[in-house]
Design a protein around this ligand. Structure first.
Ligand code: IVH
Length: 692
């Protein structure tokens, strides 16, 4: 037994080492044959002694574990996206925003030095990996940014992701990167599919996405995915910038971009950034994988922290996107869609054309101005472009192919669904159907939004149920949902169509689905106020804004009664949002909906727990906060300290009572705190102080 254990250990160590040499360093030191022999021996030993098999055994690389359902995992830090730029001017603007953000410009002679790290923007899928004591414990997809799916079994099959780290790595940390399918593997797969008479896959990105979501990790192992790592979140580190984090990650065994191939570079100037962009714009087609741009990041953590994040993306990083591919095709007809908010979107119905690997039949025309500006007409040959977005767009007309006698397109004046006259508010690009509470797609769309997962999350109800209940006259607005009774629902018939809105089939509601629906509705009455506020679908009140409003005003009555000036006093609320809120509450229909929701017992104010979060527990104490926190934003933790009676200071001195340290706090600060004997506590200890 002991000899088996020893041999398994020996083989594991050797295979991990050879794996790293082969897949990360590209420098194998044994033949494939020898590697396979060792792997076979390990597999046989693990089969004979299952109790000795490690979940991170290199034998797991070939997969075999089946995941029935991927567990949802909430990210420690949201997985954000990046804001995009497309030209030098936008890079210059970003650069000057950074300088402003970092305090330059307040006096003429001051300027801060900012160092940038430039990387490739790999065209794949974001992944978050967690390591504990040097072992991979979890791999999670981006999901919606807040919550992803645990795909660890699949991640283990990606050879360039280490299962066991080497060197002097942090005890517990998270590292993020991009999983992608190399071009050669994509082409191999498609050749294989063609030989089997199957449709080819559209592009490497989608194929990688589909692969990662396979339930059988054995299937994943067969498709050679790869991964570059691009960000580290760790505590107690010896470096204070991103570039060093990446080079340390390479020492720990990760595949990180090599400097000698110029996959990653540092610069301190816009010219340096542009040189990197120009190099890769030309060279990108020669890379063994696809990229859709480059990413520029502020190197120093202290500066990253000071610049902070917006709701969607970090201010300290930006993507530069390369120009997308375009084709030309015939525009048959312009049709119009009415969205949940009443926004009208013109749609180009095209002669199908192949673009960036997919077949395109429809494209967005954006709005009336775009159609007028490019003088886009039915019967024209138009240029269609596909960027990162799923829906391609029409960007211009090939006027040389215009037919004689063609007429400029005249934009509709009436709603295609309900016939109301369209309006266009000043300063806005889109036409709207104003019949908010009477136009079918708006009513249905509002209800779909209301019941959606991030809003009221009503289980047992979907867009087909809504459509069906609407057609039977049982639903006209969201308050009607709470008047639905079992007897009305039993046996009710509605139509289900396929994803293209075709092949309608009749279905009727049976006892079980009625029960589910009634329970779902009942449960939703406990959904917190902030989500109800989001669910109402007030224009410009998204999830984040709803949260801020709920925290600021605490009750729906206070929000409804707030003046314009009181509204814009709240954090992140500008003129546009304030106006929209006032308009919404001014409408009698909406006020009556609120009253009906109140009678139904929904949460129209923040819970007592949330409302009374203030104390004087921290009275007399001064805090310095640094790094990234899990439970709080940077402003959030400061506000929390203050609302509990404490003071917040920007720099560590003898007067500091505590330093609250998050991830990626620079070592200088820790050293300073130690020198002055100031205790450094983590976020959990802080929460213990205020909550305990
Ligand atoms: S950094 C907090 N670096 O692009 C920093 N992202 O549009 C966030 N991506 O979801 C990302 N290459 O999946 C970063 N070198 C790179 C990247 C990269 C590709 C992806 C990433 C992200 C998306 C943002």
């Amino acid at each position: 037994m002991d000899s088996a254990r020893n041999r398994i250990h020996e083989l594991t160590t050797a295979l991990n080492e050879h794996n790293h040499r082969y897949y990360v360093l590209n420098a194998p030191s044994i033949s494939d044959y020898e590697f396979d022999q060792m792997m076979k021996e390990l597999e046989a030993l693990e089969l004979a002694h299952p109790e000795l098999a490690d979940p991170n055994s290199p034998a797991k690389r070939v997969g075999g574990d089946i995941t029935e359902k991927f567990e949802k995992v909430k990210h420690k830090y949201p997985m954000l996206s990046l804001s995009n730029t497309y030209n030098r001017e936008e890079i210059i603007e970003w650069e000057s925003r950074l300088h402003k953000g970092l305090g330059a410009g307040t006096d003429l002679f001051s300027s801060v030095e900012i160092e940038y790290v430039m990387e490739l923007k790999y065209d794949g899928l974001a992944i978050s990996l967690t390591y504990e004591n040097g072992k991979l414990v979890r791999g999670v997809t981006r999901g919606d940014g807040e919550t992803g799916e645990d795909i660890t079994a699949n991640v283990r099959t990606i050879r360039s992701i280490p299962l066991q780290l080497r060197g002097n790595h942090p005890g517990e940390f998270e590292i993020r990167g991009e999983v992608f399918m190399p071009r050669a593997e994509f082409e191999r797969l498609n050749r294989e599919r063609a030989a089997n008479g199957e449709e080819p896959y559209a592009n490497p990105r989608n194929t990688a996405a589909g692969t990662l979501k396979q339930q059988d990790s054995g299937e994943v192992a067969k498709r050679k995915l790869d991964c570059f790592l691009y960000y580290v979140y760790a505590q107690d580190v010896t470096y204070n910038n991103h570039f060093e984090a990446i080079s340390h990650a390479a020492d720990w065994g990760f595949k990180t971009p090599p400097s000698d191939l110029r996959y990653i570079e540092k610069t301190s100037s816009v010219d340096g950034i542009m040189a990197f962009i120009e190099h890769w714009d030309k060279e990108r087609h020669n890379l063994p994988f696809e990229i859709d741009g480059v990413v520029v990041k502020v190197n120093r953590y202290a500066q990253q922290e000071e610049l902070g994040l917006t709701a969607k993306s970090p201010r300290w990083a930006i993507a530069y996107k390369f120009k997308a591919e375009t084709v030309s095709t015939l525009l048959h007809k312009i049709t119009y869609q009415v969205g949940r908010t009443g926004a009208i979107t013109p749609v180009a119905n095209l002669e199908p054309v192949s673009l960036a690997g997919t077949t395109v039949k429809r494209a967005s025309l954006h709005n009336a101005d775009q159609i007028e500006k490019h003088d886009i007409r039915e019967g024209d040959f138009v240029y269609v472009e596909k960027g990162g977005e799923i829906i391609p767009k029409v960007i211009g007309v090939d006027t040389s192919r215009r037919k004689e006698g063609s007429l400029p397109h005249s934009y509709i004046a009436q709603c295609p669904e309900c016939g109301s006259s369209l309006v266009r508010r000043e300063g806005e690009a889109l036409h709207y159907c104003p019949n908010e509470n009477g136009c079918p797609p708006q009513i249905k769309g509002k209800m779909e939004h209301f019941i959606s997962r991030k809003a009221m999350n009503i289980e047992g109800m979907g867009s087909e149920t809504i459509s069906g209940l609407y057609d039977h006259g049982l639903l006209r607005n969201v308050a009607d949902i709470y008047d639905l009774r079992e007897s009305q629902l039993l046996g009710i018939e509605f139509t289900v169509s396929d994803e293209f809105g075709e092949n309608p089939k009749k279905r009727s509601m049976q006892e079980k689905s009625v029960q589910n629906l009634i329970t779902g509705i009942e449960t939703s009455k406990q959904v917190p106020f902030e989500r109800l506020l989001f669910a109402l679908g007030i224009r410009h009140v998204g999830e984040t804004v709803a949260k801020k409003l709920a925290r600021h005003f605490k009750t729906i009555d206070a929000l409804a009664a707030a003046s314009f000036d009181q509204l814009i006093e709240a954090e992140e609320i500008g003129d546009k949002i304030a106006q929209s809120i006032q308009d919404w509450f001014a409408a009698a229909d909406n006020r009556s909906i609120i009253e009906r929701l109140r009678s139904a017992g929904l949460q129209l104010e923040v819970s007592a727990e949330e409302a009374g979060a203030s104390s004087d527990k921290l009275k007399g104490l001064t805090f310095v906060v640094s790094g990234l926190f899990q439970h709080f934003s940077r402003d959030g933790i400061k506000a929390n300290i203050e609302s509990n009676g404490g003071k917040v200071s920007g720099s560590i001195s003898k007067k500091t009572s505590y330093v609250v340290a998050g991830d990626n706090m620079g070592p200088e600060k820790r050293k300073k705190a130690e020198e002055l004997g100031v205790p450094v506590i983590d976020e959990q200890a802080y929460r213990g102080m205020v909550e305990g």
